[in-house]
Each structure stands twice: as C-alpha cells, then as structure tokens.
Design a protein around this ligand. Structure first.
Ligand SMILES: *[C@@H]1O[C@H](CO)[C@@H](O)[C@H](O)[C@H]1NC(C)=O
Ligand SMILES: *[C@@H]1O[C@H](CO)[C@@H](O)[C@H](O)[C@H]1NC(C)=O
Length: 832
C-alpha cells in the first residue's frame, strides 16, 4: 500500500517554506522551532511539519522502518535516509529513559531495537552514535500486542492445547512458530516470561511488570519452529499463570531485556502450573476462582460507570463512534467466538470508563439479539481492565491487553474454563442490559455534495472552498470540509464540486485530516499536519482520538466524546458520515445542521438567520457560503502549491465559482434515458443532478449507493425499547431470551411445583413487562398449609405473602436498576 510519495514530502517542504514566508503566525512559531533545533532536536508529533522548515531537518529527525511493533518490544527497525559509520556505538533512548543497544549493518544502515513498553501509541526516541549525546530523534508506534499482524508475533500452534495443558486429556508436546527473518541470529533461545501486577490495587504503588521466569531451551536453530514437552516447574515459578513465550538470539544472556525478540500473545500458562493442578485441575481452578471472588468483592465497583450496550446487532455495528468490532468474535471474519459460544459478533466500547478504566463488551446472536450472561455462558462480559488499555496507560488497570488478562481473562479460566463455576465469574461480570442505551444521530455529506443533516433535512450546496460542517461547544468539536470542482473524464472542469478533505479536532485532541490522495479512491490521513501511515497497522491510538483504517478507502475517526467520523472514498468522491451521541443534542451548528429533532431550523447561519430548506438553490448557496472558515480557524494542512494558491491565499469561499444550480433534461441527450431508468425513488433529484452534471452514470450510481447507506444507518440506529432481562422463577424455567418491545417470555415450573402469576409476560412499548412476577411454589408446602390452617385462611395468607413478596421484589428491582453493582444476578447457565 503505497500511500505517500517522496514527491509529497518535497512538496510539503516547499509549501511549509511558503507558509513561513507569508503567514505571520506560522512564521513566528517556525522560527522559534528552528532556533531550538540548532542545538537539539525534538520531533514532537505536534508541530512536526513546521520542523521541516529547518534546513538541517534531515540530519536531526529520522524516519524508521518498520515504524511500529508490539508494545512488548524486541522489534529490530532500520533508520532510513541516513548512513552511519560501522564503528559507531549506536544506541536508542526511548521516552528519555530506556536505552536499547543498536548496531550498524554492513550497508551502513543503522538499526535499533524497540523496548518493552506498557503503553500503546507514539513514543518519542533519540539516537546516539557515541552513547553519550543524543542528536537525532524519531518516533515509534507501540501497538497493542493482539492488534499486531500475525506475522509479527510468535504463534502458539494449537493455542487451546497450551492453555488447557494438564487438564483432561490435554498433554504432549507444545509447538510454536515464527518468521525466522525477524530474528537477527542463526540460533535462538526460548524463554518463558510472566506478567503480574503488584501493589495495592488502585493505589499509587500499583505496578505492572514482566518477569523472566526460565529458559525453555537454549541454542536451538532459528528455523521458525520449535517443539517441547513442558516440565513441571519448580514451586515458586508454578505460581505464574499469565505470560508470554519469547524467542531471541542465543547470543543474548538469559532474561536480557529490550533485545531483538519475538513474543507470543499473552496466554494462560496451564503448562506452567504445578502437580496439584495436574492432579485435579477443576479443584485447583475452583480454589483460585473462590480466592478471586473474595478479592473482587473488595475492589471498587466499576459496573455503574460503564456504558450500556446497544440493544441490537444493527445498532452495535452502526454506532461506530463508540463501539468497535471485538477482534475475537467478528461476523465479517466468520464469527470465531471462542469465549462466547452462541454469539456471532461482539463489539467493545471504544472508550474506557473515566475513573476506573473499565471496558464494556456486547455480544449478539444470529437473530441480532444480545447474548446475556443471565441466559448463556456465551454472554458478553464487562471488563475491569479495558482490553485495549486506556490513556494514560502504563499503570494497571490501563496497561493495554495485559491488565485485561489479569483481571478478566485468567479469572474466566479459573471459574469457567478450567472448572465449572461460571456463576462466580458472572456475578462480578454480568452482561450489560441496554435500557440506558441511546443511539447516536448521523449526518452525511455525499455525491457532489449533498448534505443530510442530523434531523434529516437534505439539500445541495456546490460551493468551492472550506466550510464548517459541524461545530459544537460541547467538547469543542469541530469538523471542517474542503470542496473542489469536479473534473470530467477528459479533464475539463464541471460546474459542481465534491468533498475532497475533512479536518477535525475536539477539546485537547490531536488534529486529524482525512483527504482524497492522488491514488484513485485512496484516503490519506494526516495527524497534526503530517501524513500517517496505516500500512503496518489498522488502528492508531492518538491524543484524545483513535483512528482506524483497514483499507485505504475507509477511515474511522473516534473522539473521546463518543463522536465518530466515517470517511469513504468511492468513485472519485469522498463520502462523510458524522455520528453524534445524544449529549450533543442542542449543541451543534454548521452545514450539518442543528441537532434537536426539529428539521425546520437546520439551515441556520452562524448569526442565527434561518433559511428554509425548500428555498431556491441560489438562496441555499448563499446560506452555505457564510459557513466558510478563515485561515485563523482552519484545521487544514496546505502542503502543496495547489492548496496554497487555491485555498490558503484565496477566499475561503470562492466567489468566482458559480455552480450549475440545475441540470437541463434534454430529450436528445443519449444519457437521459439511462439516467431516468437508474434514478428512481426518493433520491431521484440528487441522482439525476449528479449523473447529468458529471455526465457519468457511475457517479450517479455512487450517489445512490451512499444515500442508501445513509438511510440504512439511520434505520439501524432507530431507538429500540427494552424491558430488561427477566430471571426464571426459582424451581422453574423461562422460555425466550429476547427482552425488547413486543417480545414474549413464558414460564413453567419444575415437577412438584405450581405456577403462580402470569404464565407469559410481554414487553410493552413503555419499556415495562406485562403482569407481575411469576412464582413456582411446591405442592408440599401448599399441602401442609392447607392441612393445618384451613383452605380459606391459607389462600388469604398465600395472597398476602405473594403481594408482600412481590412488593419486596419490585423494590429490590428498582434498587437493582439504580445500582447494578448491588445486583446479585441469579444465573441459569447451561454449560455445555
Ligand atoms: C554504547 O553506549 C551505551 C550507552 O551509553 C553503553 O551502555 C554501552 O556500553 C556502549 N557500548 C559500547 C560497545 O561502547
Ligand atoms: C468500507 O466501507 C464500506 C461502506 O461503509 C463497507 O461496505 C466496506 O465493507 C468497508 N470495507 C472494509 C474493508 O471495512
């Protein structure tokens, strides 16, 4: 995936010099930077484009390849564009503290090794050629280990065998595999490392640490494969149950840190557990499960702090600003849902909870309904440690991946996988309901450009320039859009525009720009004015924002506020969808309208003047024009002469560009008949305009597709009423696991018990279940009562008892919904 060229960099160099010459404010900050750089260099990601104004930029700031790797470290990366003397002592220092030894290869190319980190995202480093002064700088992208490409990890062949080793019928030799070219050695050592967190949880002294445990094997060929039969470890080492296998050069001493190496995924070290485990794994695991159950009771409760799940699979997949596919269980990748049998797709809440850094997971079955722990062992479970970690990382429970392993995964092995006591786990990690979930609203820009506001107003605005698409005082969220005239196949200008770039930021976040690149239908992402590469990983953790791009056509930007921006490149135009959570209601302005469920005020100018949506095209054009930004407010990067001339030194709304406000339908036009045939339904006007003004059926068809996508998103995000989970009566069963409006749940009692209360309950549109609670009472207790007190009295007593019990239950229910933490979830788990 070649997304940025050298020419691009040269152009940006020229452009920055131009900006420096002509823009007062920019020039000043650039000067300051250059002054500093005469003696030192700090390639901070913020201001990086400005750093290029220094003539000695190349000498000070290094580019590296690969630019990213596992946060566990060990990646050997090359320093490109600089050659070194073979005799120098090359070292790299990360975050001004961790030094790793590098080397210069026979071609004079410098190499360094990434260190073990407890965080993901960009990490600054400096390079030294004498081990004393660090004169060059660069940045390294640290990636959550499980989000890395398979090839960059050490693979545990048949991972289940590793993680169940010593349980019933699981034994034999364990095998691992790796890409031998990633270890710079003929022979390797294989080591086991353990992960732990020490110190009082949630105190200052709470720390994450990796410990070298022992050598599995020394001096074996670097063949990319290794097998061994695990030995029972000595007693103190057998206490480690979460860790990772490491393969590195045999020339390094045992347990050496920050050396070239490959790491396996974090996993349960079943093969490292002692004889007691081997003799009776279930008893051992139950012991651990009970111990954890006690410990967990003393930790702060985080359930009330995490967000509710979407009610349906459709909502979960459409709410891309706040939820993202869980890599373990993905309907697009064949639904391999090992930990969630019965589910076809799971998502995770993107943001960790504010105080505790906890995570939320939501799983759905093939009907699109939530899978809940109250009904199934495959239910989704919340996490004390968000799997992806959370800023500021480093300390538990925010260490990416491994805090989650420690608090939420190994404990699942204790209670659910190595033993059969899942109810303990589920009592601390019950599935989230969806009663508090509110779907976001979506707005779009598509075609040449048509706007669909949050409240559903559609209009066309073909201005050329840079405009406020959205501004919200809530979180200071700003999304700006740039449009440019369309060109026809033969290069002539068409009097209509297309969206070509969007730039955005919210309070304190990095600035992200997504724009059409020179490659057809490829999007380019810029972070604070500098091109960001997605060639090595699809997800990047940034300041106040995450960016996901698994293909150059699609980019998702997710802000801390829960606002999401989806950009798509298709058929030469860019389509934009903005998703805003409910909290933004009444707090938006700009071309995407006032989000308040009132379509009538959507075309409101910045000074409050209203334009009716059914105004003439000319009036709407005038309305759009006044949303032009200024150079002072612009978030865009002007890194080419074209952008400087057309946008930076030009009016932000080009008064000389007058679009065609309508297209004539000429009966002799051969394109007319196919256009009329293609363009039908509610979107007919946009489709005809786009097809005939661009003279391209493909263009019109793309517009139709984008409009349909938008309509589908709006449909998927419709609110759905939930009545909440119902528990089966004790001594009875429940049939039905759907709890949304219109659903019916039926009850029956075990033999020897009689059913009191409704046999069926239905979820009403007000979010309440019909009828009252259902009970199963034993025939015996009824018989005794009847025999001793007499029929009439007994019935009265019974009714009173039921009424009192009922009230008590209702009170408890209310208490429970107020504070889910206190809920003692009664489980009815069918463990296969
Ligand atoms: C290179 O520099 C590092 C960092 O100062 C030092 O620890 C190491 O001993 C030096 N190595 C050699 C071969 O001089
Ligand atoms: C890119 O986005 C389009 C439209 O939203 C979607 O249909 C497609 O599956 C996405 N591609 C990938 C690889 O995610």
């Amino acid at each position: 995936m070649l997304r940025f060229s050298k020419i691009g960099r040269l152009r940006s160099f020229v452009a920055v010099i131009l900006i420096q010459l002509f823009s007062e404010t920019t020039a000043r900050s650039c000067e300051g930077r250059c002054g500093e750089r005469a003696t030192s260099c700090s390639c901070q990601p913020t201001c990086e484009a400005l750093l290029e104004c220094c003539e000695d930029f190349k000498q000070f700031c290094v580019e590296i390849s690969p630019h990213s790797g596992s946060l566990l470290g060990g990646t050997d990366f090359r320093i490109v564009d600089v050659l070194f003397d073979r005799k120098v002592n090359l070292t790299c220092r990360f975050k001004s503290e961790t030094v790793t030894q590098g080397y210069v290869d026979t071609d004079g190319v410098g190499h360094c090794v990434s260190p073990m980190l407890f965080e993901s995202g960009w990490v600054p480093f400096d390079v030294s050629t004498d081990g004393v002064s660090y004169s060059r700088s660069g940045r390294w992208l640290s990636v959550h280990h499980s989000k890395l490409a398979e090839a960059a990890r050490l693979t545990l062949v048949n991972e289940t065998q590793w993680q169940y080793y010593g349980t019933q019928d699981v034994g034999g030799a364990l095998e691992m595999a790796w890409d031998a070219s990633l270890i710079n050695a003929q022979r390797v050592n294989v080591e086991l490392w353990g992960y732990n967190e020490t110190g009082e949880p949630y105190s200052e002294r709470w720390r994450a640490e990796w410990t070298y445990l022992y050598s599995v094997s020394r001096d074996v060929p670097n063949s990319g494969r290794f097998r061994f039969v695990p030995q029972l470890p000595s007693a103190p080492l057998s206490a480690w149950d979460v860790g990772s296998v490491r393969v590195g050069p045999s020339t390094e001493p045992d347990g050496a840190r920050n050396v070239n190496a490959l790491w396996s995924d974090g996993h349960a070290l079943a093969y490292n557990l002692d004889e007691v485990f081997r003799r009776d794994p279930a008893a051992w695991a139950l012991g651990r499960c009970l111990q954890w159950d006690q410990e967990e009771k003393h930790l702060p409760r985080f359930l009330s702090e995490i967000t509710d799940c979407p009610c349906t699979l459709a909502q979960a997949r459409a709410d891309t600003g706040r939820f993202h596919t869980d890599y373990g269980c993905d309907i697009e990748k064949g639904s391999v849902c090992t930990y969630h049998p019965g589910a076809v797709h799971c998502v995770r809440a993107i943001q960790a909870s504010p105080e505790y850094g906890a995570g939320q997971q939501c799983c759905y079955d093939h009907t699109g309904a939530q899978v809940l722990t109250g009904d199934s062992i495959g239910g989704s479970t919340p996490d004390r440690g968000h799997d992806w970690g959370s800023p500021p990382y480093i300390k538990p429970p925010r260490v990416p991946g491994f805090s989650h392993w420690k608090y939420d995964v190994i404990t699942f092995y204790y209670c659910c996988l190595w033993s059969d006591n899942c109810h303990y786990y589920f009592s601390h990690r019950p599935s989230s309901g969806c009663r508090a979930y509110q779907p976001p609203k979506s707005a779009s820009v598509l075609g040449d450009p048509h706007f669909i506001t949050f409240d559903g107003v559609t209009y066309t605005f073909n201005g050329k320039g840079e405009y406020v698409l959205l501004h919200s005082s809530n979180h200071e969220l700003t999304v700006q859009g740039r449009t440019e005239p369309m060109k026809s196949g033969n290069g002539s200008v068409i009097m209509a525009t297309r969206l070509s770039s969007v730039a955005m930021r919210e309070n304190g976040s990095d600035v992200i720009e997504v724009r059409l690149s020179d490659w057809p239908d490829h999007l380019q992402v810029l972070l604070n004015q500098k091109v960001l590469s997605f060639s090595e990983q699809s997800w990047i953790d940034l300041k106040g924002v995450f960016v996901f791009s698994s293909t150059p056509q699609n980019v998702t930007v997710m802000f801390s506020s829960g606002a999401g921006v989806e950009a798509r490149a298709r058929g030469g135009v860019m389509t934009l969808t903005v998703l805003l959570p409910h909290a933004f209601k009444h707090h938006t302005q700009g071309l995407l309208g006032t989000m308040n469920d009132d379509p009538d005020d959507d075309l409101t100018s910045s000074d409050g003047e209203l334009t009716a949506a059914n105004s003439t095209a000319q009036d709407i054009f005038a309305y759009g024009a006044q949303w032009a930004i200024t150079n002072e407010t612009s978030l865009f990067t002007y890194d080419s002469e074209f952008l400087l001339n057309e946008y930076f030194f030009a009016p932000k709304h080009d008064p000389t560009f007058t679009p065609n406000f309508s297209v004539s339908e000429d009966p002799s036009d051969p394109l007319l008949q196919p256009t009329l045939k293609m363009c039908a339904g509610v979107w007919v006007a946009f489709c005809k305009y786009d097809t005939l003004s661009t003279r391209s059926l493909e263009m019109g068809n793309n517009t139709l597709l984008s409009l349909r996508n938008h309509a589908n998103t709006v449909r998927d995000l419709q609110p759905v009423m939930s009545c909440g989970w119902l528990q089966p009566p004790s001594h009875g069963q429940k049939e039905g696991t759907l709890y949304l409006e219109g659903a019916t749940v039926s009850f029956s009692c075990n033999p020897g018990y009689h059913l009191y209360g409704p046999q069926q309950r239905t979820c009403h549109s007000d979010g309440q279940w019909s009828g009252s609670e259902t009970y199963c009472l034993s025939d015996d207790s009824l018989g005794i009562v009847l025999g001793t007190v007499g029929a009439v009295l007994a019935m009265v007593a019974m009714v009173v008892a039921i009424v009192v019990y009922n009230k008590k239950q209702k009170r408890e229910k209310m208490k429970e919904s107020e504070d889910r933490n206190t809920a003692s979830v009664q489980l009815n788990v069918a463990i296969p």
